[in-house]
Design a protein around this ligand. Structure first.
Ligand code: ZN
Length: 187
């Protein structure tokens, strides 16, 4: 009769695993049924949790992979523009119009500079130059005889007209009240 020997650690682990497997198989149906019920009864909760998890995961992913994400978005936009050229053009026009509406001073500045460049005037000025001019003139018309308050509106005047070789530098600009500017243009 063989002597009963003690089990090695490895064998003990195997035995334990086997026991768990047997127990699992025995209770499988019960467990499956419980899980099915749980899923049905907690559907909304499970979904919300999954959504929350995904949201958090995506948020973290975007922060950690900002560069790739931006690059991906750029590529997606480009693909969309390529496949929808008409709508892309419309969207761009709409966006431009919206931006132009909310930045009238900058648009005016661009228009003035473009106009001056077409007439062959050297250099250009910025909205900041105009603001400085306004302060230097104490918000008054540059015509000393007039000195009208410019708060209700002003025209930007080239002291020496561009057609006479005047530049578009701030040094050649002055702010006139509309009547003075119109008078100057008429003379
Ligand atoms: Zn004036």
């Amino acid at each position: 009769m063989p002597r009963k020997r003690t089990l090695t650690d490895q064998e003990r682990i195997e035995h334990r695993r086997e026991a768990v497997r047997r127990s699992n198989a025995k209770h499988k149906e019960q467990r499956d049924e419980y899980q099915r019920r749980y899923v049905v009864e907690h559907r909304a909760e499970i979904r919300a949790r999954r959504r929350e998890y995904m949201r958090e995961y995506q948020r973290r992913y975007r922060i950690e992979h900002r560069k790739e994400c931006n690059e991906d978005a750029r590529k997606r936009m480009q693909r969309w523009r390529d496949t929808h050229p008409e709508r892309a053009r419309e969207a761009r026009t709409r966006g431009n119009q919206k931006w132009r509406k909310s930045h009238p001073e900058i648009i005016q500045e661009i228009n003035r500079n473009t106009k001056a460049r077409r007439k062959g005037a050297p250099r250009k000025h910025t909205q900041r130059d105009i603001a400085i001019l306004y302060i230097c003139q104490y918000g008054r018309c540059a015509n000393a005889q007039c000195f009208a308050d410019l708060r209700t509106g002003y025209h930007i005047d080239h002291i020496r007209a561009i057609k006479n070789g005047g530049s578009n530098w701030p040094e050649n600009l002055q702010l006139l009240c509309p009547p003075c500017n119109l008078k100057k243009g008429a003379s």
